[in-house]
Write a protein that binds this ligand. Structure first.
Ligand SMILES: Nc1ncnc2c1ncn2[C@@H]1O[C@H](COP(=O)(O)OP(=O)(O)OP(=O)(O)O)[C@@H](O)[C@H]1O
Ligand SMILES: [Mg+2]
Length: 269
């Protein structure tokens, strides 16, 4: 099974309400690769990532993750996901430890208890994003950038084979970006496949080697990261998680996206 690609899309179209946003994409990511997904705002990067995870409908073609058709992967803990827009706040004041532990539970399956080794993994993931001293604090009391780092830790804690991150460094300070780059370098060297949607390849240059540039729902460039900047072209600008979305339809979808993605991934609270 491990010789199957981490990601394979064949003539894939992904969209919402039967309207394709991503169209006819062919993309294969082999195990162990570290791929940047670049492109301007609204080009379809998030839709592509969500289609891979079964969080946005695949309207045509084929999408496979770790050899399984989309949505059919039995053990969801094998795939980690850091969504672009997601606030961890809620009615119940969950602590950093609790939120990150949920990532670990995704790997174990529901109704399993965390053992000592799991608690170590949770502690390591939180330390990796520099929040060890905030472990017992409610996530809602952290800043936006710190909350993003909690989501990264949640994904790391599961020690997934494939990690898909949507703008993990947006709104995160330089020191934390560097720390994250270090963590990604380490897990990449250990064999984890990385797919990182980003507008800032700078901090991750040493980690990500291949780039896929999305433009108007299609793949415009697929090759070495070094050659991608030109293809990414203008309109390549930074967008904070807290910033207004570039298109009006976006926000409406967010509450559903959040709870659905959390459920689909065995995440949430
Ligand atoms: N839930 C949704 N329902 C309908 N249309 C959507 C939805 N989410 C995104 N879209 C549309 O799909 C298009 C691509 O959006 P997407 O979020 O995939 O872009 P992106 O490349 O991730 O942009 P950004 O860099 O701003 O994050 C946009 O035109 C957007 O309006
Ligand atoms: Mg996006």
């Amino acid at each position: 099974m491990s010789d199957t690609p981490a990601v394979r899309l064949r003539d894939a179209s992904i969209g919402y309400d039967d309207v394709p946003i991503v169209t006819s994409v062919d993309l294969t990511v082999q195990r162990g690769e570290a791929v940047a997904v670049l492109g301007s705002n609204g080009s379809g990067k998030t839709t592509l990532a969500r289609g891979m995870l079964g969080l946005a409908p695949v309207l045509g073609g084929e999408v496979e993750l770790l050899g399984a058709p989309v949505g059919r992967l039995r053990d969801r803990g094998r795939v980690g996901y850091v969504p672009q827009r997601h606030t961890v706040s809620g009615a119940v004041p969950a602590t950093v430890r609790e939120v990150v532990s949920v990532g670990r539970l995704a790997r174990l399956g529901l109704f399993r208890r965390l053992r000592a080794a799991d608690r170590v993994a949770v502690g390591e993931a939180v330390a990796a994003v520099g929040l060890a001293d905030r472990m017992e604090e409610p996530v809602a009391s952290l800043s936006g950038g710190q909350q993003r780092r909690v989501l990264v830790a949640r994904a790391l804690a599961a020690q997934p084979e494939l990690l898909i991150m949507d703008e993990p460094t947006a709104g995160v300070d330089a020191a934390s970006q560097e720390a994250l780059a270090g963590v990604l370098a380490r897990i990449s060297a250990a064999g984890t496949t990385l797919l990182v949607v980003t507008h800032e390849t700078g901090p991750l240059t040493g980690v990500l080697t291949r780039a896929v540039v999305v433009d108007q729902g299609g793949v415009r460039y697929d090759g070495p990261l070094a050659g991608a900047e030109e293809a990414a072209g203008h309109g390549h600008h930074h967008c904070d998680p807290g910033e207004e979305p570039s298109s009006p339809g976006y926000r409406l979808d967010q509450p559903t996206v959040t709870s659905r993605s959390a459920r689909a991934l065995g995440g949430g609270r």
